[in-house]
Design a protein around this ligand. Structure first.
Ligand code: CA
Length: 222
């Protein structure tokens, strides 16, 4: 998933970015409200980790504006403040969850996982199609009766494709949601990871689960 971290404490921001990237997410880090607005305008994010006190404004104010514009973006608010009125204010501004600094990274990671598996609709958070079962909470993938060990990027790639089952997803969309804006490695990184996924998920009768749509991208077929 593509995450945006808005945190003006650069050291903390980098810890959060690295930790969430290790969980397989594509993570962008910015330090001001203005940069956050620009990043949200340019890219389509799945979750926002938002500090409350920012040099050019208030995270709660940004959150309120996003909700006023109809944004469904999941928001986890971070703050050093620990009084009840700030928590209530943050949640009233439209945040989905709230975490007070200092926090242990595993708690942040667990809350991010919980928010990401909270479905936009009422579907089960466990995805199952074409003999493949992906559990975002447990971070496990099963092909039939066989547990398939995947790297975080492979998992994230499969998660994104399965979340868009039946849709053709372009390489650039996959790069955007599974890698990040500054990715400058191999241009065929998506194809390499898809090839690895296909190899690992190989099952009798599962050919074509991840279909190549020539010139466009990939489609996970139900
Ligand atoms: Ca701050």
């Amino acid at each position: 998933m593509r995450l945006l971290v808005v945190e003006d404490d650069l050291a903390l921001g980098n810890v959060i970015r690295r930790g969430l990237a290790e969980e397989g997410h594509a993570v962008d880090l910015v330090g001001t409200v203005a940069q956050a607005e620009e990043a949200l305008f340019v890219d389509d994010h799945d979750l926002l980790v938002l500090d409350l006190g920012l040099p050019d404004g208030d995270g709660a104010e940004l959150c309120r504006r996003l909700r006023a514009e109809g944004s469904q973006l999941k928001v986890l608010m971070l703050t050093a403040r620990d009084d009840l009125s700030d928590k209530v204010g943050g949640l009233d501004a439209g945040a989905d969850d709230y975490l007070t600094k200092p926090f242990a990274f595993p708690e942040l990671a667990a809350r991010v996982r919980a928010l990401l598996r909270r479905p936009a609709d009422t579907r089960s958070p466990v995805m199952e199609a074409a003999g493949i079962r992906l559990d975002p909470a447990a971070h496990t993938v099963w092909a039939g009766q066989i547990a398939v060990p995947l790297t975080p990027k492979e998992f994230s790639l499969l998660h994104y494709l399965m979340a868009h089952t039946g849709d053709v997803v372009s390489r650039s969309i996959l790069l955007e949601h599974v890698w990040d804006a500054n990715y400058d490695g191999l241009s065929n990184v998506v194809d390499v990871h898809v090839a690895n996924l296909r190899r690992k998920l190989e099952l009798p009768g599962s050919d074509g689960v991840i279909e190549t749509v020539r010139g466009v991208g990939y489609r996970f077929n139900p």
